[in-house]
Design a protein around this ligand. Structure first.
Ligand SMILES: [Zn+2]
Length: 351
């Protein structure tokens, strides 16, 4: 893509940035996976850095509203994983509205109105444009961002930008619409793909998330971005089954609406917009989380409960329901001290 007549290869000083090490106390990590229909839009924040990966659909008008509600004032790194209209759909509006530090893209061009609008907006702005390749990366706030795909020459439009984001308290992986062949290439190159949270490739399509890739990522939790009743049938059942068999919790925007991952010293937490019985992120102080009936995402609202502990708790109650909250120590990994912290912070109960 001939932006400003030049192409910048982006393979720079990640090693140096990482060598400095993480700050002593990393700021909380927040990753918003917005419900933007059948499309991707993810905002990741930590240490004052805002990273936006993709920007919704071309035929909707919801991206700026989401950013406004979160209170974003600038975008440090804007990533266009690939130039399809369900990924760069409203990116022109983002570029027009916000100060964008760097734009990362593959350089693959696409013959569409949406792509033209995106390109025009980028050309008119004084942002720094980079065609990123595996091996590049930067430190942004408290996050080490590493590009793990693609390499040259590009094979097609889905041969997009994949990034692994490392934070003191969680590691996240985003692969856009990367397909099986691209996942195999990443593994063959020996890229470090391990992550606590995996955003499923290609909206959970069975053309992505091959078993070898899933094993190598070894996620505790996966998220997919897909529209309700989309015509592609995303996410595909076999992918969801594969992920569940792997032992990872699954959250999708089609059922849960916007999904927010938080990570700090207490672990990884999830907030969802919709859940069984209403918005799970709006449980009031009077409501309690019943250890015997709560969903995994409700359990994750308890202080210090990680996806792994939530899974352990659910299997413990299946073999024998809890008779009192004190019995939570039956769950492997929850000791007395942690029990007290869990019970103090947010009303856990047993009915
Ligand atoms: Zn897509």
């Amino acid at each position: 893509m001939p932006v400003q007549g030049k192409t910048l290869m982006y393979a720079l000083a990640l090693a140096a940035a990482l060598a400095v090490g993480q700050p002593a106390a990393a700021d909380r990590l927040l990753a918003y996976h917005f419900d933007v229909g059948h499309a991707d839009m993810t905002l990741i924040q930590s240490g004052g850095c805002n990273v936006l990966i993709d920007a919704g659909r071309w035929d909707r008008n919801d991206v700026l509203g989401h950013l406004e509600r979160v209170g974003v004032s600038q975008i440090h790194i804007l990533i266009a994983t690939h130039p399809h209209a369900d990924h760069i759909g409203q990116m022109d509006q983002v570029i027009d509205r916000y100060a964008v530090g760097q734009l990362w893209a593959t350089g693959w061009e696409h013959d569409s109105r949406t792509f033209e609008r995106f390109l025009d907006a980028a050309l008119e702005d004084d942002l720094s444009y980079y065609e990123v390749r595996a091996g590049g990366g930067v430190q942004c706030g408290d996050m080490a961002m590493r590009v793990i795909h693609p390499v040259d020459p590009l094979e097609g439009i889905h041969d997009g930008v994949a990034v692994r984001i490392e934070h003191e308290h969680a590691t996240l992986l985003y692969t856009g619409d990367a397909e099986a062949a691209h996942e195999r290439e990443m593994l063959a190159r020996g890229e470090n793909v391990e992550a606590d949270v995996l955003h499923l490739g290609h909206h959970g399509s069975s053309t992505s998330t091959i078993p070898e890739f899933l094993s190598a990522v070894d996620p505790k939790m996966v998220i997919y971005s897909a529209g309700r009743d989309n015509r592609y049938g995303h996410p595909h059942d076999e992918v969801i089954e594969r992920v569940k068999n792997h032992g990872a919790a699954v959250y999708g925007t089609a059922e849960r609406g916007t999904i927010v991952i938080g990570a700090d010293a207490a672990g990884i937490q999830v907030r969802v917009e919709h859940g069984a019985g209403g918005p799970e992120n709006s449980i009031s102080g009077d409501d309690c989380i019943d250890l015997n009936t709560a969903s995994a995402s409700q359990l994750l609202q308890l202080e210090g409960i990680t996806p792994r502990l939530a899974g352990g708790l659910m299997s413990a109650r299946q073999s024998q329901p809890f008779e009192s909250t004190a019995e939570i120590t039956r769950v492997q990994g929850i000791g007395q001290d942690q029990r007290d912290a869990i019970l103090e912070h947010r009303g856990a109960c047993v009915h």
